[in-house]
Design a protein around this ligand. Structure first.
Ligand SMILES: [Zn+2]
Length: 165
């Protein structure tokens, strides 16, 4: 069985529809999945009759991003491939209400679809923010990984206040 990971870049309007059409990464067969499953599941697995399994991750980072330089600790929580990855450190280079872009020399340690925990302090606060996230993209040139928050479903209050500061 072949497994794939796909990032779904869909406009916000499409999420108001009942179904999203996705296609198998192996044989291209299209299938409709309920749009609202993405509200409760960060990763949606779809098995195709051809035997392939594709994991779909919704990209909703179309929000305004703020450029920052914030140290961050990243811990791997779950992954499909068993790896021994220690806690890594990096720098949050941009932040939005839905996720962060992190620069780290250890960017190769993580794969798309990995679930991680982020720990960082906003410049406006003394408290650590701890967020769960999913690795959405790798940028090898910039040694950057894009991570989307997956906890609390809604918008983090501290982060949204910071975005408006
Ligand atoms: Zn297929």
């Amino acid at each position: 069985m072949k497994e794939y990971v796909r990032i779904l870049d869909v406009p916000e309007e499409s999420l108001k529809r009942a179904y999203l059409t996705v296609s198998c990464s192996g044989c291209n067969l299209s299938k409709k999945i309920k749009a609202d499953v993405f509200l409760s599941h960060p990763v949606v697995k779809v098995k195709c009759p051809c035997g392939c399994e594709t994991k779909y991750i919704l990209n909703r980072r179309h929000h305004h991003r703020k450029r920052v330089n914030i140290p961050v600790e990243i811990t791997l929580l779950s992954s499909d491939t068993v790896r021994l990855v220690p806690k890594i450190t990096g720098v949050v280079k941009d932040i939005s209400v839905t996720g962060v872009g992190v620069n780290t020399s250890n960017y190769r340690s993580y794969n798309i679809g990995d679930i991680v925990e982020l720990r960082f302090k906003l410049p406006t606060s003394e408290n650590y923010i701890v967020k769960r996230g999913i690795v959405m993209c790798h940028d090898h040139k910039r040694k950057r990984i894009g991570i989307k928050y997956i906890d609390d479903g809604g918008v983090d209050r501290q982060i949204s206040l910071f975005m408006r500061s």
